[in-house]
Design a protein. Structure first.
Length: 256
């Protein structure tokens, strides 16, 4: 096999040229810090940055795991890390991916004690609510699951950024997804209420996606659920931008 063929084989089969994720904003993605509301200052994150190292634990379901990305480096977590690094030059940033596709809030809550103990994060990004709605779980049960996990995070002394449900395509052919956006929006309001009560930050992904019309497929993959590359990149940039602004805020945000 000649050199050119070896190079092609390596790139296609082994991915040997895969480098670190880039933090480029896709065309048609509006980036704004206003999608993140911090109800208390992100004091632990700010202190970590002052020490020169920020560790973020990302938990949740397929959106965190990166199921819809074309390569692992194009998923939400690597792109969030790249976006934070760009905004925090000279700071060692590590974002740890502990997403598992298909999880409900109960599933994630059960893993939080071990994962926080193992990773010792300064900030926990917790995406929840979508699968609970799609499986018709009672909201009271979902909130009770969340509060058990939140109690542990409060005892651990970490900052928390909640991520609410995504939007689904209105023209979806999946009967299980059709007409679900009102229930997902209601869950997003519940998550915002919990963030306010706990003094957490929250990224209103459900609202942000209403402005993603210029992205192919609205940022959602062909099966109408996991975000694809453009959607992950847009979400990651908005999260990084919002976290950066929230960490610089001394007073709690007053937006509802």
């Amino acid at each position: 096999m000649n050199l050119d063929r070896r190079i092609v084989a390596c790139a296609l089969v082994l991915g040997c040229f895969a480098g670190p994720a880039s933090a480029q904003t896709p065309t048609g993605c509006p980036v704004s810090s206003t999608h993140v509301t911090a109800f208390q200052p992100l004091e632990h994150s700010r202190a970590a940055v002052q020490r020169g190292r920020l560790t973020v634990l990302a938990v949740g379901s397929s959106s965190i795991e990166g199921v819809g990305a074309s390569t692992p480096q194009r998923g939400f977590v690597p792109l969030l890390e790249a976006g934070l690094e760009r905004r925090l030059p000279g700071i060692e940033v590590t974002v740890i991916n502990r997403g598992i596709g298909g999880e409900t809030t109960r599933d994630t809550e059960g893993r939080i004690p071990l994962q926080t103990s193992l990773t010792v994060p300064d900030l926990v990004v917790w995406q929840w609510g979508t699968n609970d709605v799609l499986r018709d779980r009672p909201t009271g049960d979902v909130v009770a699951d969340f509060r058990r996990g939140a109690d542990w995070l409060d005892r651990a002394g970490v900052d928390v950024l909640l991520i609410d449900p995504q939007q689904l395509p209105e023209d979806t052919d999946n009967p299980g997804f059709r007409g679900r956006n009102p229930a997902l929006a209601a869950m997003a309001r519940t998550i915002a209420d919990e963030a306010r009560t706990r003094g957490y930050a929250v990224l209103t992904r459900h609202t942000a996606m209403a402005d993603w019309g210029a992205l192919p497929g609205g940022g959602v993959g062909p099966d109408d659920l996991p975000l694809k590359d453009d959607g992950d990149a847009c979400w990651a940039e908005n999260t990084a931008e919002g976290r950066d602004a929230a960490a610089r805020t001394d007073l709690p945000a007053q937006r509802a």
